[in-house]
Design a protein around this ligand. Structure first.
Ligand SMILES: C[S@@+](CC[C@H](N)C(=O)[O-])C[C@H]1O[C@@H](n2cnc3c(N)ncnc32)[C@H](O)[C@@H]1O
Length: 184
């Protein structure tokens, strides 16, 4: 799993954005505060090899559903295989700047939570702007957007787009990471 992640990083440096999958500690920080007892439409952006996906699937209520959107074909195939047969989970090979069309195809109109691992630091501004337009378009009024990054560089762009941004930090990840919990 780790060697596959590293080889994808070498091939797709600009989009994979990390040398290793995230830690379980980071996964716990990302998911802290989500009310998993509620039935929810959940979207994951950039699931990679599925570190967060696995935890979301474990925690979500029986009537919730998860759509994980991944740009990298090799990761998408791995995810599809790993969680095969889970009726609450839909892996999609696609890009985060196309969320509204992707959820429409799954007969979903709006989303409660978006959990993003997108490497914002390496995504060009124009594409990033398109992604955030989509995120705001599909999120419910009381919906939340959760993002991790290896620096505080995303603070400005997220503060501009969300009504509130709460930042926490975990040193137990390679590299250490900041988690941004944003409200629409
Ligand atoms: C830093 S890795 C995180 C992987 C995994 N979630 C983890 O934490 O270990 C970023 C992931 O985002 C994916 N990605 C990059 N740009 C994307 C886009 N526009 N749409 C969907 N996924 C994208 C990459 O292929 C990669 O799997």
């Amino acid at each position: 799993m780790k060697s596959n992640f590293f080889s994808e990083f070498i091939k797709e440096r600009k989009t994979v954005g990390a040398v290793l999958p995230s830690s379980k500690f980071l996964a716990a920080k990302m998911l802290k505060g989500i009310d998993f007892k509620k039935n929810q439409n959940i979207i994951e952006l950039g699931p990679g090899t599925g570190i967060f996906t696995k935890e979301i699937i474990k925690k979500m209520s029986p009537k919730s559903n998860l759509i994980s959107i991944e740009l990298n074909k090799s990761f998408y195939k791995q995810l599809s295989h790993k969680f095969k047969g889970n009726a609450q989970f839909t892996p999609v090979l696609g890009s985060a700047d196309n969320i509204s069309n992707i959820i429409k195809e799954q007969n979903i109109n709006s989303v409660d939570v978006i959990i993003s691992s997108l490497p914002l630091a390496v995504i060009p501004l124009r594409i990033k702007a398109g992604i955030f337009r989509e995120v705001k378009k599909v999120l419910k009024e009381d919906g939340s957007f959760i993002q991790f990054q290896y620096s505080l560089n995303a603070k400005e762009i997220l503060n501009k787009r969300f009504s509130s941004v709460n930042i926490t930090f975990t040193p137990v990840n390679i590299p250490p990471a900041f988690v941004y919990h944003c409200l629409k």
